[in-house]
Design a protein around this ligand. Structure first.
Ligand code: CA
Length: 225
């Protein structure tokens, strides 16, 4: 028997979403359904799925942008759903970061088979042998949530780790305090900018002032160490 995989289904057509979810669940997977793209990106961050079934045409953000954003942090297998063969051809041509494509209409049975095939391929490939991000001597290991400097492990709180990892994943881009609040704390309103500042200070105390760069009037970016 195969192990249970966490699967996120992003599909705005309720009938297709529930048919796909039901089939995957009966195949033994744990399934979460999202109906729009923006929500999918947030859910993906919290859920850390083993695979995402992603419709191309979605309200909020389209599937291409969702794919780009969820892959920014870590490699997550994606099975893309499209409405026409022509779209599939285009996506393959664009080399979008999807592992497989299916054109609607498809049979849920075939989808389950494709999902199993993608999961098998991913599980067969060897685990990463290096850190996800390297900043001078500082190594960020996402899966084990470790910060390492040479042989020494540096302890960050979970929030500090998420904040640093978030900056690392978009580097060299700058993130505003608001973007960091949403990404790390999940806040939707404008409050709490000082929370970001105090966590940045804490990270600098542990890893050195240069690890995070203040971009005045904008926000923060990963530093040049
Ligand atoms: Ca759609």
């Amino acid at each position: 028997m195969e192990s249970v995989s966490i699967i996120l289904v992003v599909e705005d057509e309720p009938a297709i979403a529930s048919a796909v979810a039901a089939r995957l669940e009966s195949d033994g997977h744990a399934v979460t359904v999202c109906h729009d793209g923006l929500q999918a990106v947030d859910v993906c961050e919290v859920l850390v799925p083993d695979l995402v079934v992603l419709d191309l045409l979605l309200p909020g953000l389209d599937g291409l942008e969702v794919c780009r954003r969820i892959q920014a942090d870590r490699r997550v297998p994606v099975l893309m759903l499209t409405a026409r063969d022509a779209e599939t051809d285009m996506l393959v041509g664009l080399a979008v970061g999807a592992d497989d494509y299916m054109t609607k209409p498809f049979s849920p049975r075939e989808l389950v088979a494709r999902v199993s095939a993608v999961l098998r391929r991913v599980n067969d490939s060897s685990p990463p042998t290096g850190p996800d991000h390297q900043l001078g001597a500082i190594e960020i290991w996402r899966a084990s949530r470790r910060i390492q400097i040479g042989p020494d492990q540096v302890h960050l709180t979970p929030t500090e780790f998420d904040l640093l990892a978030q900056l690392a994943s978009v580097s060299p881009a700058v993130l505003t305090r608001q973007q960091l609040l949403v990404a790390v704390w999940g806040y939707r309103d404008g409050s709490g900018a000082r929370t970001v500042d105090s966590h940045v200070r804490a990270i600098r105390r542990k890893l050195g002032d240069d690890v995070i760069r203040t971009v005045h009037g904008i926000g923060y970016a990963l530093g040049d160490v």
